[in-house]
Ligand binder design. Structure first.
Ligand code: UN1
Length: 499
């Protein structure tokens, strides 16, 4: 059913904009005020199958396009995205809700990734190495894997699609992309601009719709040898199970329960800056958000009071308003989940220092706004200190030594990001060695990853892969080792000896 006045969008399959075969649609609305952003095809298995078939056909020619030429399309895309940065930023403040500076940062991350991965077109380095035999040459080269199924979340609606599609495409793969149903307009705009940059038909396809239909079919489709997914731990496990049937490659980026350690010798004002940015940036809806702050007892009271004062000055509102510090959370379900953790924290005996309620007044009731929330006196075993809340809530935990701080930081099922504020280089190096996470920051919060370093985590944050940086190439390629014997005779490795 079309919504009167709302713009209708389509899937992009084989270079054509098309409706879902069923003709069904769903609506995307703004978490900031409920406005309709657009109407999108509610696709199903049939639509995925068409997109996979198109990507499969395109793969046979795209893999043969010289990688530097593939990279040039990424450079043009980077330029186009930069030209359209303001427009995409504004759309993000409306559809996803993050504040303007952060939305611009999200788009910039994709621009950076496009330049970085475009450059990979002229590298994609393999190795050459001497043979143990005479007159024999050997090398390793990267091969594309095939059709990539990319399933992305709403919290970085431009950056995360870029982390997946750009390395995939420069390596010679083709892609079927399913954006989150909360941010389809941004997914659509991403594909539109990438197509405009000169991608041949079928190389990048977008299929809108739910995880249960579109995602599930992608994961099960026999012609999709690799799935890259960012989202919850629970869905990550389901993706892995479904993909196991066909022994697919699975790249997962899942949750976090990241902690900032504040030692007794830290610059406390700097630490508070880092905590506010990491715990409440993107309304806490980052995998890398600091949802725990582990504080040395000697500075605990002072830090708690500085933090609460700062948090109480934060202004909630729509992301497009210049004086907004915190935008809405993504939807009603998220708002309810976040609030349920406030209740859990209180029941567990943690002390609510500030926030802890849904915000209203001044039109905020039209959207999904939650007051930035700080719990004090949190024990590391409490659920609010163990489970990912994905909202503007952080938990202060008191410790008496660096060793205890590190043990508490490590004492969760996830291992994405960690941080330590200390002026003591010895403590910083111990933390760098002993914090069991994929990312560690010293004298900075838990967020702020740059595109040319590996991004990902240990333990239940993923399954051993990394995106971004050189590491992303390992996800989207297969290694091939090639041996060329030019001796003119049979030489058996490990048996014949070359003198
Ligand atoms: C995420 O939350 O999944 O370091 C990605 C950061 C951002 C990316 C976060 N550059 O917080």
């Amino acid at each position: 059913m079309a919504i009167l006045g709302a713009k209708s969008f389509q899937n992009y399959i084989d270079g054509e904009w098309v409706d879902a075969a069923s003709g069904e649609t769903f609506e995307s609305t703004s978490p900031a005020n409920g406005d309709t952003i657009g109407v999108f095809p509610k696709s199903a298995a049939e639509d995925v199958d068409r997109a996979v078939a198109a990507a499969r056909t395109a793969y046979e020619s795209w893999r043969l396009v010289p990688a530097p030429k593939r990279g040039e399309v990424l450079f043009r895309f980077a330029q186009l995205l930069a030209e359209h940065k303001d427009e995409v930023t504004e759309l993000m403040t409306r559809e996803m809700g993050k504040v303007r500076a952060e939305a611009a940062g999200d788009v910039q991350e994709a621009i950076d990734m496009a330049y970085y991965m475009g450059g990979e077109g002229r590298r994609l380095f393999g190795q050459t190495t001497p043979s143990e035999l005479r007159d024999k040459f050997q090398m390793s080269v990267r091969m594309p894997v095939g059709v990539v199924g990319a399933i992305t979340p709403w919290n970085f609606p431009i950056a995360i699609p870029s982390w997946k599609t750009l390395p995939a495409i420069v390596c010679g793969n083709t892609v079927v992309f399913k954006p989150a149903t909360d941010t389809p307009a941004l997914g659509e705009r991403y594909v539109e601009l990438f197509a405009e940059a000169g991608l041949p038909r079928g190389v990048l396809n977008i299929v809108h719709g739910g995880g249960g239909e579109v995602g599930q079919r992608l994961v099960e489709h026999p012609d999709v040898p690799i799935i890259t997914f960012t989202g919850s731990r629970e869905t990550g496990v389901a993706v892995t199970r479904a993909a196991a049937e066909n022994l697919k490659h699975v790249h997962l980026e899942l949750g976090g329960k990241n902690a900032i350690i504040v030692m007794d010798d830290a610059d406390l004002d700097l630490a508070v800056d880092g905590i506010v940015w990491s715990a409440f940036g993107t309304s806490g809806q980052r995998c890398t958000a600091a949802s725990r702050v582990i504080v040395h007892e000697a500075v605990y009271d002072q830090l708690a009071s500085l933090l609460v004062t700062r948090v109480e000055q934060m202004r909630l509102g729509p992301g497009w308003e210049d004086d907004t510090d915190i935008g809405p959370v993504i939807n009603r379900g998220a708002l309810e989940k976040i609030h349920s953790y406030t209740e859990i924290g209180k029941q567990e005996g943690a002390k609510l220092l500030t926030g802890g309620e849904v915000a209203d007044g001044n039109g905020l009731e039209k959207g999904f706004y939650y007051r930035p929330t700080v719990f004090g006196d949190v024990e590391s075993g409490m659920r609010i200190a163990q489970e990912e809340i994905f909202g503007p809530t952080t938990a202060l935990i008191r410790v008496s030594s660096l060793g205890e701080a590190i043990a508490v930081s490590n004492g969760v099922e996830y291992g994405l990001s960690s941080s330590i504020f200390s002026r003591d280089v010895n403590k910083a190096f111990r933390a760098m060695r002993d914090l069991n996470t994929g990312i560690t920051y010293v004298n900075a919060g838990t967020i702020g990853a740059e595109v040319h370093l590996p991004f990902g985590g240990t333990k239940d944050t993923g399954n051993g892969h990394r995106e971004a940086g050189q590491a992303a190439l390992d996800v989207f390629t297969e290694w091939k080792s090639i041996y060329v014997d030019y001796s003119g005779k049979l030489q058996r490795a490990q048996i014949d000896t070359a003198e």
